[in-house]
Ligand binder design. Structure first.
Ligand code: ARG
Length: 277
């Protein structure tokens, strides 16, 4: 996580951001500190990176890159405003012993904001912020299959606003935000999805942080709370309203460093050829 010392809405790169809306920095600090305390209480340990002047979105560390098994693939940001974040992200990951493996230059991919692990694959959103063309290289670098989901609602511009894996069977999902193929991908993969209503999605319910059996969320509508409780989860609410002004919620403010999906077996050399069929 990255403290919000330089957080603000200084440009507009998603439909939630309006430069004329001012951020209350004291409140942002308080809310961010509350989120850290909630995560720690749930059992997480939190590593920090240095905030940097002129990089107001560096607080959204979910977008720093994609992590698996001690390997880190830095993001390639769509918008020039966020591109200078990458040097700081890479420096942190090098200093902390991760193997840094970059994507080709021509593709955009915004890290764990768009790539979420479920079982033995990553689901990866694309369109406004990440390119589908990033999925092949990402899969090769992480050693894990990557399944694409096109994001069709511009308010829900990153996958982590529409999909929240809870455990090996369950996830909070917002299928209206996905193309038809993406829906079939999730249907095939997630045995017990809980479909969020539109207002629950827009309250950033899917942008929750899962720490063991605790779900840390920005707000918990009763219907969602009842389902999570029935599944045996505890909900902890962490108000992060100042960050919603920039289009980011609880999960966007964090990046999981302990993702560990086993590398897929290398396909045989005849994979996909006529001989294999
Ligand atoms: N203002 C940031 C942006 O538009 C918010 C990032 C939210 N991050 C996320 N993982 N959904 O890039």
């Amino acid at each position: 996580m990255c403290p919000p010392e330089h957080f603000g809405v200084l440009y507009e790169i998603n439909p939630w951001m309006h430069r004329e809306v001012s951020v209350d920095l004291d409140r942002a600090r308080e809310q961010w500190g509350g989120l850290v305390a909630t995560l720690v209480e749930a059992g997480a340990s939190v590593e920090l990176m240095e905030p940097q002047p002129d990089l107001p979105d560096l607080v959204f560390t979910a977008n720093a890159g994609t992590v698996n098994n001690g390997r880190y693939v830095p993001s390639r940001f769509r918008h020039p405003y966020r591109q200078p974040e990458v040097d700081h992200d890479v420096a942190w990951f090098r200093a902390n012993g991760f193997e840094v493996t970059p994507l080709p230059e021509a593709v955009a991919h915004e890290g764990a904001g768009d790539a979420l692990p479920f079982r033995n694959v990553f689901l990866s959103g694309y369109r406004s912020r990440s390119d589908a063309a990033a999925h092949g290289p990402l899969s090769a670098l992480l050693g894990v299959p990557v399944r694409p989901i096109e994001l069709v609602d511009e308010r829900l511009y990153h996958l982590d606003l529409t999909f929240c894996p809870l455990d090996d069977r369950r996830a909070l999902v917002a299928p209206k935000a996905w193309d038809r193929y993406g829906r079939t991908v999730v249907e095939a993969l997630v045995p017990e999805p809980f479909v969020l209503e539109d207002d629950e999605v827009l309250a950033f319910c899917a942008n929750s942080v899962v720490v063991g059996t605790t779900i840390v969320m920005a707000a918990c509508p009763p219907r969602v709370g009842r389902q999570l409780e029935a599944w045996g989860f505890d909900v902890a609410v962490a108000g992060i309203g100042e960050f919603l002004k920039a289009g980011g919620g609880c999960r966007c403010l964090t990046l999981a460093l302990d993702v560990a999906i086993p590398a897929a077996a290398t396909p045989p050399p005849s994979w996909g050829t006529a001989a294999a069929r």
